[in-house]
Design a protein around this ligand. Structure first.
Ligand SMILES: Cc1ncc(COP(=O)(O)O)c(C=O)c1O
Length: 304
């Protein structure tokens, strides 16, 4: 794979399209030094960014939580995304939006810095977010050493770069140990999420998922809960102790990038992926949704 800073094409940077290698920033940038940086990932299906308005709304909210405001209107960012996607001729791909504080100060306080924004998009090669056969084989999770912080200890509702530090360390450790991803508990020792996706369980035909007390409010998670309602699958949202992984008869993770992926194993507990109709129905439903073949009324904070 070509490194991201050496690709060709154009991306949107502070209001205009620039050649990909020219989209640079200075080493003395507040966003780099103090993690005053937020982002979004959006999937493109059939040339259409899925839930784009919702992702832009969350980007704006993430920035506000970190005490800065985006300099561009939602509609500007939406049109910028469409332009970038169309220019690159992407059919199935990914959009990455970032917003970060600029270089005016190198100190913690940053009351008056500039705010920069970029939107880039690229085609996703098969197997980039999960092995190509992961839908059949499932992914293996290992419980991470780090825990998701309590909402009192970190701006957990912001999709802030700084919140991903423990995700990167945990996922690296999981991969080195032969797993596909890590499962993070929260500050209370209850199940929180994986490093880049929310987690669901099935038990006797009912869906179970933790609350979003210490995670971002997931757009895919909201789709899954909406689909469950449409499909008549009972769903319970509440605290889940780690022991629940052994009580459940199935599990899956869900997020924009990985979509819905069955879990074959958490630590030493293995799930039988065959015949789990709840997971199959939801995966099929999500496919229909992203293809525009199913409509869904979403209940979540980013509803537009
Ligand atoms: C840490 C984390 N949790 C959950 C999710 C899933 O959120 P969404 O479905 O909105 O992509 C993501 C991906 O954005 C994530 O990075």
């Amino acid at each position: 794979m070509i490194p991201f800073d050496q690709r060709s094409g154009r991306l949107w940077y502070d209001g205009k399209l620039v050649d990909w290698p020219e989209a640079t920033l200075h080493v003395l940038t507040h966003g780099l030094h103090y993690a005053s940086s937020v982002f979004e990932g959006v999937r493109i299906y059939g040339g259409e960014p899925f839930m784009l308005r919702e992702h832009i709304a969350r980007l704006r909210a993430s920035a506000r939580i970190l005490d800065f405001d985006l300099e561009h209107a939602d509609e500007t960012l939406r049109l910028a995304t469409l332009e970038v996607v169309a220019e690159a001729g992407i059919t199935d791909g990914y959009v990455r939006m970032n917003a970060w504080r600029g270089s005016e100060v190198i100190q913690t306080a940053a009351l008056k810095t500039s705010v920069h924004t970029s939107v880039a998009a690229w085609e996703i090669p098969a197997g980039y977010y999960a092995a190509e056969d992961a839908l059949e084989t499932g992914i293996a999770l290992v419980t991470a050493d780090y825990r998701r912080p309590s909402p009192q200890y970190a701006p957990v509702k912001s999709k802030a770069a700084g919140n991903y530090m423990i995700g990167t360390i945990s996922k690296n450790q999981a991969l080195r140990a032969g797993f596909d991803d890590a499962l993070l508990l929260d500050d209370r020792g209850l199940i929180a999420e994986s490093t880049g996706a929310h987690v669901f369980f099935t038990k006797d035909g009912t869906l179970h998922t933790p609350t979003t007390r210490c995670t971002i409010d997931g757009i895919t998670r909201a789709c899954v809960l909406g689909l469950a309602e449409q499909l008549g699958i009972p769903a319970e949202v509440g605290d889940l102790a780690p022991e629940f992984t052994a009580e459940a008869d199935g599990a899956f993770v869900c997020g924009t990038a990985c979509e819905l992926l069955p879990v074959s194993r958490i630590d030493d507990h293995r799930y039988d992926l065959r015949g789990n109709l709840v997971i199959k129905q939801l995966i099929d439903g999500y496919r229909e949704l992203v293809a525009g073949a199913r409509k869904l009324e979403l209940h979540h904070p980013w509803k537009q």
